[in-house]
Design a protein around this ligand. Structure first.
Ligand SMILES: NC(=O)C1=CN([C@@H]2O[C@H](COP(=O)(O)OP(=O)(O)OC[C@H]3O[C@@H](n4cnc5c(N)ncnc54)[C@H](O)[C@@H]3O)[C@@H](O)[C@H]2O)C=CC1
Ligand SMILES: O=C(O)CCC(=O)C(=O)O
Length: 526
């Protein structure tokens, strides 16, 4: 009988589900990392919220563990790369607490506008300070929503019901979806300059960390109020403190903090700050939703092998798996390549399967392309949710198959159209198993994608390769392999350089500044 550990406070309904499905379950909350490491080897499944940290050390001790289920959305407390490496499936419940978290953001906005927590404390203290707590009305005010996915779009809908004007910054929000929601799609600078209230609903990624830093805060309207119910780290807390103390920011309502549990934070004690201890998802309804869902998903997986909402594993049958596996890797790389070089909203995606691959079950392949494409921007996207997420964002997905494939056994071509341009990337399997990029924007190339790559587009002029090599060498960056392609002599050229380690931003800037370089970018692949 499989055995599951519930190591965070989950609704008791989860335990009922496990027992009902014939799975042994232990509930042990508040374990230290050492205590968890000591017992994790006994379990096949682990059900968590945000308190348990599933680190590489915990996973190393988890000799029987097959699945980690997160009752919630964010999986920043799970080392997914380490789990993947150890073959542990990581699942989440992407929608179960979205309404509740959006409601918390709205509650925080009201709390800020009317200083309800401060007035409550003062009234309880018998002070009756009627003149101290002058509020502001929400009606007619501009709410800037940064990140208009599941939660952000619910916040936007609720705010429109409150007669606010809603503007949204989200590179993946299509103009059509913005119109459907009734929000104005704007760029970040515009949002920062125009908003009376700003609410954050993005995952914490390398692109969003410090999205509201000192410089962004300085450009906000005097008297702006900020709400963060997404992740600590999106706002620079020290810069926010300065702006609150100077009065430039009138107030901030924070559910999440750079360090959690937050016991000693620079913002604590400021009269203009309203805090809750990561309560965004804490309602009976949301906790039942996510607990039931995660228990069902873990049970299904342990008992039948069915995979739902996995962040690191494709949904395929046991028979299909061996044939699809190398194509999955290729598809993920094609998607990830296109996703990392895409800067503006996606309109359409076209995937062409040519040759042998056209005869396979291409649904998981298309889902893998979309997962790779969307992953640089969406935290919780997985193979199961990627097609739904893409559709919800109004991205048109076209898939074509043809047995005709003149130059390769199989070829997969991905074409991505954004608001600004169309790009394409093509790949094949060499030797039947090794993914290779064979064409980028119709320029032939032959490249293996490795964890750390430099991608550059340049004019095909003498001297470029030498100056690139010198620049990398001067930065102490070792080149592992070098792949070149060009449209025609003297025309547009590109290169993909595999390097031994993450590329420092200054090195990429130095390459971008070289003569004849049109664009250079560091790319990461798993
Ligand atoms: N306080 C709490 O208890 C809870 C917090 N959360 C957090 O809320 C966040 C959002 O959750 P969902 O809406 O479900 O996720 P989602 O994936 O549906 O939406 C995130 C949105 O952020 C956008 N985005 C990504 N990078 C961006 C960037 N650089 N600039 C602007 N927008 C960007 C994406 O395009 C996407 O539309 C997650 O970080 C999650 O962990 C979620 C549930 C509860
Ligand atoms: O489980 C919780 O209380 C936190 C929820 C959360 O942050 C999430 O789902 O991302």
């Amino acid at each position: 009988m499989p055995k599951v550990l519930v190591s965070d406070k989950l609704s008791p309904r989860a335990v009922d589900v496990f027992k009902g499905r014939g799975i042994a379950v232990d509930v042990k909350t508040g374990l230290s990392p050492d205590e968890l490491t000591a017992i994790i080897g006994d379990y096949d499944g682990l059900a968590i919220r945000s308190a348990t940290k599933v680190t590489a050390d915990v996973l190393a001790a988890a000799s029987n563990l097959k699945v980690v289920g997160r009752a919630g959305i964010g999986v920043d407390n799970v080392d997914i790369a380490a789990a993947t490496q150890r073959g542990v499936v990581v699942m989440n419940t992407p929608f179960g607490n979205a309404i509740t978290t959006a409601e918390h953001a709205i509650a925080m906005m009201f709390a800020l506008a009317r200083q309800i927590p401060q007035a409550n404390a003062s009234t309880h203290a018998g002070k009756w300070e009627k003149n101290r707590f002058m509020g502001v009305e929400l009606t007619g005010k501009t709410l800037g929503v940064i990140g208009c996915g599941n939660i952000g779009s619910i916040v936007a809908e609720r705010a429109l019901g409150l007669r606010m004007r809603v503007i949204a910054f989200d590179p993946y929000l299509s103009p059509e979806r913005a119109v459907d929601l009734g929000v104005e799609k704007v760029d970040l600078d515009d949002l920062i300059a125009r908003s009376d209230f700003i609410t954050l609903h993005t995952p914490l990624t390398e692109k969003t960390r410090g999205i509201l830093n000192a410089e962004a805060i300085a450009r906000m309207k005097p008297g702006v109020r900020l709400i963060n119910c997404a992740r600590g780290g999106l706002i620079d807390e020290a810069a926010l403190k300065d702006a609150l103390e100077s009065g430039h920011v009138a107030g901030a309502a924070l559910d999440v903090f750079a360090e959690e549990p937050a016991r000693d934070n620079p913002l604590f004690g400021l009269d203009t700050v309203v805090c809750t201890p990561h309560l965004g998802a804490s309602t009976t309804e949301a906790q039942e939703n996510v607990a039931l869902q995660v228990a069902e998903q873990i049970s299904d997986f342990l008992l039948t092998g069915a995979v739902a909402n996995a962040l690191n594993m494709p949904a395929v049958t046991a028979e299909e798996a061996p044939r699809l596996r190398p194509y999955m890797k290729l598809c993920e790389q094609l998607g990830s390549f296109a996703g990392q070089i895409t800067e503006s909203g996606l309109k359409s995606v076209r995937i062409e399967y040519q040759g042998d691959v056209a005869g396979l079950n291409t649904r998981p392949l298309t889902a893998t392309v979309l997962q790779g494409l969307l992953s640089p921007l969406l935290e919780s996207v997985n193979m199961v949710s990627a097609p739904v997420v893409a559709r919800e964002r109004g991205i048109e997905i076209k898939e074509t198959r043809s047995e005709h494939c003149p130059n390769y056994h199989s070829l997969i071509r991905l074409e991505v159209t954004t608001e600004r341009q169309t790009r394409s990337v093509e790949g094949s399997l060499f030797g039947g198993t090794l993914p290779r990029i064979v064409r980028i924007n119709d320029i032939p190339v032959e490249a293996e994608l490795a964890p750390n790559m430099l991608y550059s587009i340049n004019e095909d002029k003498p001297g470029f390769i030498g100056s690139l090599g010198t620049t990398l060498g001067d930065s102490g960056v070792n080149i592992a392999s070098f792949h070149l392609g060009r449209s025609d002599a003297g025309g547009q050229a590109l290169c993909l350089v595999q390097v031994d380690g993450p590329l420092p931003a200054e090195t990429v800037d130095a390459v971008s500044a070289l003569p004849h370089v049109v664009r250079a970018k560091a790319l990461r692949f798993s």
